[in-house]
Ligand binder design. Structure first.
Ligand SMILES: [Ca+2]
Length: 279
């Protein structure tokens, strides 16, 4: 009872400390520090899997996936084409439903002056069936080559995201010239759940030692392999004339006893057998 009182105090102290510690940790709302690009460096339209990129058109081998290849010198580019309804688009299938909190856009520079910026009006959509699309955000990208980030205000998560570029700073209606140098879909990256510790392999963990005495009596001991090794060492030493005549086994006790010891005399042992088993 005395010990219980003592430990209760420690448990109470620990609980208070734990409460104090956790009350300091507040849920963090999405901000740019813990947002990461959920699209990896793309090496092709569908490499790596399961990501898949499609575009409305391409000019001069400036492929759609160049907007996700992590290189600002390359980009998706459409030059002087008629504009389809809703504008030229770049679409990515993430292969899994993921919420995004922001996007970043970097213009693909057509010319080295500011009239060559390839993104002006844009609209971002999300979908889970590639048919029904929710408008998530739209804005005007400034005519510069900086990476601009835009917050997305939606609680919905999608597997398809599509950006339509409606205009650039380098278009002559009715033809449009548009492109994206780099684009990021930014979402909160949660660390994966830790893998549960594997169950220890039970094989060979426990060993049954059966000692046959000269009297015909058999004694069985449920031991760990280390305890069996200790016994065998004693037995071999004793056979060489070293060590004590008796070996003591400690047994787990049920009942009012504080300990139970079993003594086996070397000279009374006829043979013994060791059997490993799984629990
Ligand atoms: Ca690029």
């Amino acid at each position: 009872m005395k010990y219980m009182m003592k430990y209760s105090k420690y448990i109470l102290c620990f609980a208070i400390l734990l409460t104090a510690f956790y009350s300091e940790i507040k849920p963090v709302s999405a901000n740019q520090e813990n947002l990461q690009d959920i699209v990896p460096e793309m090496l092709g339209y569908n490499t790596p899997a399961p990501f898949e990129i499609t575009v409305s058109a391409v000019s001069k081998e400036s492929y759609g996936w160049y907007a996700f290849d992590n290189k600002t010198t390359s980009g998706w580019y459409v030059e002087g084409r008629p504009q389809p309804e809703g504008g030229h688009f770049l679409k990515i299938n993430l292969g899994a439903v993921k919420k995004i909190d922001a996007i970043s856009l970097k213009s693909f520079y057509i010319h080295s002056n500011k009239t060559g910026a390839s993104i002006k009006n844009w609209k971002l959509y999300g979908s889970n069936d590639d048919q029904n699309w929710e408008l998530l955000s739209s804005d005007i990208n400034p005519p510069d080559d900086a990476k601009n980030t835009y917050q997305i205000k939606t609680e919905n998560a999608y597997s398809f995201y599509r950006i339509n570029i409606l205009d650039s700073y380098h278009s002559w209606a009715p033809l449009t010239t548009i492109g994206i140098g780099e684009m990021e879909l930014l979402g909160e990256v949660t660390s994966p759940e830790p893998e549960p510790e594997p169950e220890p392999e039970p094989t060979g963990d426990h060993t049954l030692l059966v000692i046959k005495m000269i009297s015909g009596l058999e004694k069985e001991f449920d031991l760990t392999s280390t305890e069996v090794d200790t016994f065998i060492d004693w037995y071999n030493n004793r056979a060489d004339g070293r060590g004590k005549e008796t070996y003591m086994f400690e047994k787990d006790m049920k009942g009012p006893f504080t300990a139970r010891k079993d003594y086996v005399a070397f000279s009374k042992i006829q043979s013994f057998e060791v059997m490993e088993y799984s629990k």
